[in-house]
Structure formats: C-alpha cells, structure tokens
Design a protein around this ligand. Structure first.
Ligand code: AMP
Length: 114
C-alpha cells in the first residue's frame, strides 16, 4: 500500500495529537475538526479502505469500535451522544486512503448526512 499521511503518523515521521495508542491502533485529533470532539481511530496495519477489510480483520475492526467507545467516555460525550463514521471511496468522501473511523461529538448532528 502507498504511503499516506496516516502511515507517516503511525511511524511518527510527522506529528499528531495522539490521544490513544496500543499495539494495534492509534487515535489522534483531526487537524480540521468538524465538531468539538473529532478524533480519528486508525489501525497501525495499513488497509486502504473498508472495501479491503477481510474476515481476519474482524477483531481489529472490533478494537477500533471499542476504542471509540472508550474515547467517547474519556472526552465526556458518552451521554450526550456521538457519531462514528467510516468514509469509503469517492461518494463516501474518503480523502485519506488508510482505514479510519471518525469519532464526532459535542454537538448535534443532523440526519440524513449531507
Ligand atoms: P476522510 O475524508 O474520511 O478520508 O478523512 C480524512 C480526515 O483526515 C479529514 O477529516 C482530515 O481533516 C484529517 N486529516 C488529514 N491530515 C491530517 C493530519 N495530518 N492530522 C490529523 N488529521 C488529518
């Protein structure tokens, strides 16, 4: 997979405001936040998009969602609510081709999304 801005954050060659890290995942604040809380949760393993996840990745995807739940609690938005978003490819609005989950909260989101 080609190097991306997120793979550079994983190997620490560019800085990020990291809020969680373990063996499998990294989470950092979005540089262009769309809500008072806007955190990106990414696997350290490079996967381009949701289209390329496989059965073997199910534990990893579960870890991403569990990390999002914990971060929502840490950032005080569990009770008010939050949104998890995986953008995929052009129509999904994906701009960085390293799988990531947006954790957004701290304001009300409309539905359907724009
Ligand atoms: P997406 O459009 O779903 O691919 O989301 C990519 C997100 O990455 C956008 O919300 C960007 O603001 C964010 N982003 C891009 N570069 C950085 C960076 N260096 N540090 C933190 N977030 C970034």
């Amino acid at each position: 997979m080609a190097e991306t801005i997120f793979s550079k954050i994983v190997d620490k060659s560019i800085p990020a405001n990291i809020v969680f890290e373990d063996e499998y995942l990294l989470a950092f604040t979005d540089v262009n936040p769309q809500a008072p809380v806007h955190i990106l949760i990414i696997p350290k393993k490079p996967i381009e998009s949701l289209n390329l996840i496989e059965e073997d990745d199910s534990t990893l995807i579960g870890k991403m969602v569990l990390a999002a739940k914990r971060l929502a609690c840490d950032f005080g938005i569990s009770e008010s609510g939050y949104r998890l978003v995986f953008n995929c490819n052009r129509d999904g609005g994906q701009t960085v081709f390293h799988l990531h989950c947006h954790l957004l909260g701290g304001r009300n989101f409309s539905w359907p999304p724009g």
